[in-house]
Design a protein around this ligand. Structure first.
Ligand code: GKE
Length: 337
């Protein structure tokens, strides 16, 4: 039995689908009511549980062989800069899950960490040197969310050392794609830009708001690379945190250029310098993951944004959210181990 915690969310929903497509027995868990799950596979064992509670975590992991912990109260920079305490409370989830995993003899445990663990002083320039795993120390992660992720990474390490079950940790770098958040305040930049451009296109407005001056740099990883990498890292011998992110660095202005080209529009850009901006620059150094897996994320931003824009446009022009069609197959085949 494979348990996916946070299965109602963006990455969790895709992960359950890929595991089910490969014939795995899956227990899918989220705190959200079922009608708020982005995707739900009727063949999985779907449970609504609050995993910040110890008892719920024990209910979740009884009989589990492998666990993926993707459950966290999180979102884009607009959410994490304004909900630092809430983001830190995700530590209850990972702590109670690790205790339950130890209690029930789970063999493998995956923890979804984040590039937000990286030290702020290494992300001050837009012309950023790609972050390698050791750049998390000396520690100065993103306030709230980043500290919880770094602390929980270390808890995973010590449970592995002291109690002997394998823990695997991927530091996700800004994941985007269909069946993710694109409005409501938790959205990240790729989906936000799609939504804003579509809103302008549908309303005939000729301008959009961009947070910051548009020169901030990031890399954005398409969901299919995220899922393929997650499954490979879980099956690997990588017993320490590893980057899982694209190394295709772009400015936010270049991201908007891509969306405008997809939408076939050209819009006035209003830069809101008081909006949340996060770090000035962030990119993933993929040396370590290449050395272990002879693989790294490779789906281009252009290709991923076309698929993402299309899905968000469909949602915004439909009267209600439609879940993934049964039998949806992600475009990336899972990395064979
Ligand atoms: N969300 C959003 N919405 N960001 C915008 C917008 C907008 O309308 N306009 C410009 N941006 C800029 C932000 O100011 C920021 O500089 C950049 O895009 C990326 O913002 P983001 O995608 O919300 O999140 P960050 O990459 O700054 O941080 C995220 O990193 C992830 C790991 O790479 C975190 O919020 C977590 O989602 C996660 O840790």
């Amino acid at each position: 039995m494979i348990v996916v915690c946070g299965a109602g969310g963006f990455i969790g929903g895709h992960l359950v689908r890929q595991l089910r497509l490969s014939g795995k027995l899956v227990r899918a868990i989220d705190v959200k009511p079922f009608d708020e799950w982005f995707q739900q596979d009727p063949q999985a064992e779907n449970l609504q549980l609050n995993l910040s509670e110890k008892e719920s975590c024990e209910r979740a992991l009884k009989g589990a062989d492998e666990v993926y912990n993707l459950a966290a109260d999180m979102g884009g920079i607009g959410f994490i800069e304004n909900n630092r305490a809430l983001c830190m409370l995700s530590v209850l989830i990972n702590t109670h899950l690790l205790l339950a995993a130890h209690k029930y003899g789970v063999q493998r445990y995956f923890y979804a960490s984040s590039a937000c663990v990286y030290a702020a002083d290494k992300q001050q320039s837009t012309n950023v040197i790609p972050l390698k795993e050791s750049d998390a120390y000396p520690a100065m992660p993103e306030d709230g969310y980043g500290w919880e992720k770094l602390f929980s990474e270390r808890m995973c390490r010590h449970f592995q050392e002291d109690f002997g079950f394998a823990t695997r940790i991927a530091r996700y770098h800004n994941v985007y794609g269909p069946w993710g958040t694109y409005d409501g305040g938790r959205e990240k930049a790729p989906a936000a830009m799609c939504r804003k451009v579509i809103q302008a296109k549908l309303s005939g407005a000729n301008r959009i708001e961009i947070w910051g001056n548009g020169n901030q740099t990031r890399s954005f990883m398409y969901i299919d690379d995220c899922i393929a990498g997650t499954l490979s890292i879980m099956a690997s011998t990588i017993d320490k945190p590893v980057n899982l992110g694209s190394s295709e660095l772009v400015t936010i202005n270049q991201l908007v250029d891509i969306v405008e080209e997809i939408a076939q529009v050209k819009l006035q850009r209003d830069y809101n310098l008081s909006a949340p901006q996060g770090v000035n620059g962030r990119n993933s150094d993929n040396t370590l993951i290449r050395s272990y897996l002879n693989w790294e994320p490779s789906i281009s931003l252009n290709e991923g944004m076309r698929k993402t824009y299309k899905w968000i446009y469909e949602q915004m022009t439909k009267d209600k959210f439609t879940p993934a069609p049964i039998g949806y197959v992600p475009s990336t085949s899972v990395i064979a181990k």
